[in-house]
Design a protein around this ligand. Sequence first.
Ligand code: GLN
Ligand code: ZN
Length: 758
Amino acid sequence: MTKSSVLGYPRIGADREWKKALEAFWSGKLQENELHARLQEIRLDHLRKQQTKGIDLIPVNDFSYYDHILDTAVMFGIVPKRFAYNGGAVPLSTYYGIARGTKDAAASEMTKWFNTNYHYIVPELNDASPILTENKPLIAYLEAKEKIGIEGKPVIVGPLTFLKLSKGYDASETDAWLDQLLPLYTQVLQELADAGVQWVQIDEPVLVTKLNDADLQRLNKIYTAFASAAPGLNILLQTYFESVENYNEIISLPVQGIGLDFVHGLEGNLQSVQTNGFPADKVLGAGIIDGRGIWRASLQDKLTLLQTLTSLVTPERLIVQSSCSLLHVPVTTAREAKLAAELKDALAFADEKLDEIVILTQAIRSTDADITAKIKDAEQKLQALQSSGDRNRKAVQEAVASIRVQEPNRLRPFAERHAAQQEKWQLPLFPTTTIGSFPQSTEVRKARQQWRKNELSNEQYASFIRDQIDSWINIQEEIGIDVLVHGEFERTDMVEFFGEKLAGFAFTQYGWVQSYGSRCVKPPVIFGDVEFVGEMTVEETKYAQSKTNRPVKGMLTGPITIMNWSFVRDDIERETIAYQLAYALRQEVEALEQAGIGMIQVDEPAVREGLPLKENKQANYLDWAVKAFRITTCTVQETTQIHTHMCYCEFHDMIDSIEAMDADVISIETSRSHGELIHSFEENTYELGIGLGVYDIHSPRVPSVEEMSNMIDRALRVLDPKLFWINPDCGLKTRGQEETVASLKNMVDATRIARAKY
Ligand code: GLN
Ligand code: ZN
């Protein structure tokens, strides 16, 4: 019989109970035994929920005290030396030390989990001597069996993926590391088999990336070893986030099941299955419910897809499942009380996805009238949103249709603009500026809260913001900065602020997802056509400009960043959503220009985050991302100076695309790239205005004049002095006033030295 399954369930809890428990423990408000008890309650509750909903293969060991990659490292005793670990069980304090740092030892690095917004802790192999400290999947399996009586499906990160995500070793040592890990993995699996486990899910998401011959050999070696070590165990080799490369090699592995993503890798995977067939002795885990998107599925379309698949595998060999772990979506829509009915009805978070999986599984098993009705109901709910006014803003649709076929070019090429802008602005050599935000002091946050609670009137709040602007315009003038900003005191978040002012956005009350550790984010939902409804930033910017003779830069978040930090609709292409956002933001750019603002910064820190996993899809994404930026900024006069800003330092391989954005000035974070960024300008020329951040804003430390002078000198070895700007790495909203003022003074002193030298 066809079975239903999920690949993992969110840890955080419907009310972020998990986050709260962790943070209470860290702050000493919860004892360790209380934490264990609290987390067990949450864990069992999640299992019961899946059981009640009717999921056949319920994942266990997907739960974590922080992150599942860290769990895997710790299970194998891979603990960096600096945490003074001497083998044996890893204490909880060490576990959290690796994740968050201690007073003596820095935390391990964390990085993005493939192309999601989840971040994992990077294992440091270095000189570790792997041992099995505990069989965590087994513990989870036994707990589920004893406490709730379910036959759980342990989830394990596969060895190839684990090695590829780890650092602290040379590629030539890969096989040696594999040889150390493999016996530990097989021991885990043997113990699971001995305990009576039927299915185990081994996650190998790296199989969606291109593997070389050596990796393919390793893959073979791993799964051959597993098959002979635990012959009674059914292994489901699980992939997700894209279609697999090397389909034929993968289906030939000695495992009992293969899990494929038929949402994010639909085209490639379906083609592979249809052209090459699927082995008759294996089970197909068909990931057809989107584990990353928040929308209800068209059950009719999904059923059609499943029927296509059952022509290739028998129904007994089919598992209906989520495309990936549900970790990436919020818990439930049930408590959302403020969304319009047609929107709420079209959403499906984790719990609603469980229902969808079960309905589809039942639909394959039988043609019950009840199930047919549920499928029809889903179609009606989707249709209701589809035909709503929000998804049918004709003016926007027509404008975007015509804009996307035009060339979004500035009136003149950069060289001519540059000359005209120099003449207009008369800026000194190495103009100084900042990235936008100034410290969001407790005073600022308090005022905002009071205003939200109606304890401050709109006018009182606006006047408070004006006072902040006054004070920071003065500070900037006194320090001697050339291009000023208003400070962004009215904004909490660079996406939410714009989302609240544009049509087509909605905000959930509880739509949290884990980003890293206990940190959760609640992305806005772009559910309709995006439309400009009125000026968003003009008032504050204009006010700031009225207080000074120096230029004030207007400050906007770019279309790609807004899109990549939101949940977006899935009925139209991301490219089209990006253009709708670009068209809306262009109207704000034009409004700022009309109001006399002659420099406008459009921040795009999140371009990199949308980069597709498959190399052959990346160029196309970058093309339309660049185009969206150009649509936003191309209609201004030649003397209006367009700035942009990017951070997170991984831009060294994207310089050509960044240049193609054609911004008059870009500021880029430099410190955390360890010189790689500067390096890449040796190999590529960059011929527009550019400011490489001269100091790290992530720490309260005040950098010395000398340090910044060194940074400037290094940058000027590869960049044209006539195009060089001087600025910090990023916005200063998380910093204190005192250190900010001191750092900026040093920055201006370093600039004076540079001006005298060059
Ligand atoms: N203008 C924004 C700020 O200064 C940019 C933030 C960012 O790059 N993440 O806060
Ligand atoms: Zn930044």
